[in-house]
Design a protein around this ligand. Structure first.
Ligand SMILES: *Cc1c(COP(=O)(O)O)cnc(C)c1O
Length: 392
């Protein structure tokens, strides 16, 4: 029996098939059973972490921002925190609180700039901010002095992302002023790669620039932590002086760089069920806008997932498939809010109640993202709260 932990209620659901059955969901849920759910394989998450560790060789800041890329912040943070990780990377103070409230005591790193109102709490709870300006540094320094502590911070340097960090020019001068802030300990330096998955030449230059900056500032010994790479940087590039890496997407089983996908395991499988099967006559429109009209009698399965669950409407008309009873079946017409229609003419065995893989091991999420003219990061983070996350 596979144990499944459902995140909405503190109940372990078990089912022989390894997925929430109608029955168990009904018994345990005060609300109606979910039409769509995401099965999240924590073993696969751990395996992907091991791949990251092996490929990098140094320590890891595991990125769990945006609800762990839609996989569920608390459960993912709890799982990763039992592995040897240096930091959990979050986007904001709200996420940091949720990680702590889940009982996770790993170090927390805030990946972006902070607002002045947030800093008191950051200092009090000794989360680790990255610093993009002297003003920010001075404020943190005052707050840390008020508490009589030395706050560990990382210096953020902009080597091409254009989103945050000190601009690289005259950095050494600016740092002299930082050195006077005695209640800050600049224990790390980081930068970010905007195009590690698209532009090798630029990325190599960024690595060289980052190394040169560290040399300029006094060498590797000055910073305990030196980090530049996201998943694509980690997988695709030699890391030189870096001893910390910040993988996100690859932990969730998707490689932004072609060629590494086979080493990763699928973590999230989005599933639903067939709610209805009917045969429509030739000349019958399907879905809003009637962009698809049958040309022959067509057996159509209606499935309980739609853009209200985060399945992208932009796959409409792009011949996206779902997986039922071991084969691909094409979606017909537009994705609606709660339902999609699929051509099952070729599969007489398909019946109401059949389980459907929307994406997962058989229908790669990257394929859905491509058809939707989106990116996997957006598809994952767009899976809505209505979709029950089941962990096993
Ligand atoms: C989101 C993020 C990452 C992780 O990026 P992936 O491409 O998902 O691996 C790393 N570093 C920073 C600063 C980020 O914002």
């Amino acid at each position: 029996m596979t144990k499944i932990l459902v995140n909405l209620i503190p109940t372990i659901l078990a089912s022989a098939a390894g997925m929430p059955s109608f029955a168990s969901v009904n018994e345990n849920f005060p609300v109606s059973p979910p039409r769509a759910w995401a099965e999240i394989d924590l073993g696969a998450l751990r395996r992907n972490l091991a791949v990251a560790r092996e490929a990098f060789g140094g320590e890891l800041m595991v990125v769990v921002k945006a609800g762990a890329y839609g996989h569920g912040l608390e459960e993912i943070a709890k799982t990763l925190a039992t592995e040897e990780i240096a930091f959990l990377g979050v986007a904001n103070v709200g996420e940091a609180r949720r990680v702590r409230n889940a009982g996770v005591d790993s170090r927390i790193y805030l990946l972006g700039a902070t607002w002045a109102e947030e800093r008191e709490e950051i200092v009090a709870r000794e989360w680790t901010p990255c610093i993009s300006s002297l003003e920010e540094a001075e404020h943190f320094n005052r707050l840390a002095a008020g508490r009589g502590i030395r706050l560990k911070v990382h210096l953020a340097v902009d080597t091409g992302m254009g989103r945050g960090g000190f601009v690289a020019e005259h950095l050494a001068e600016k740092l002299k002023k930082l050195d006077l802030l005695v209640n800050l300990e600049v224990e790390g330096i980081g930068s970010h790669l905007p195009s590690a998955d698209e532009d090798e030449e630029f990325t190599l230059r960024q690595f060289a620039q980052f190394h040169a900056i560290i040399d300029d500032l006094g060498g590797e010994a000055r910073f305990k932590w030196r980090h530049l790479s996201n998943s694509a940087g980690l997988l695709g590039y030699a890391q030189g002086c870096c001893n910390l890496s910040r993988p996100g997407l690859m932990l969730y089983g998707v490689s932004a760089l072609a060629g590494f996908q086979a080493r990763l395991s699928t973590v999230m499988t989005l599933k639903s069920r067939v709610t209805l099967v009917r045969t429509l006559p030739a000349g019958h429109g399907i879905s809003y806008g009637r962009q698809f009209v049958t040309t022959k009698p067509t057996r159509v399965a209606t499935i309980g997932v739609g853009y209200g669950d985060g399945y992208p409407i932009h796959v409409s008309g792009k011949a996206a498939d779902v997986w039922i009873r071991g084969r691909r079946m094409p979606i017909l017409g537009r994705v609606t809010m709660d339902q999609i229609m699929v051509d099952v003419t070729a599969a007489e065995e398909v019946v109401e109640g059949d389980e459907v893989e929307i994406f997962g091991p058989n229908i790669p999420v990257a394929e859905i993202a491509e058809k939707a003219e989106s990116i996997v990061w957006e598809i994952f983070t767009g899976i809505t709260p209505r979709v029950l996350r089941c962990y096993f």
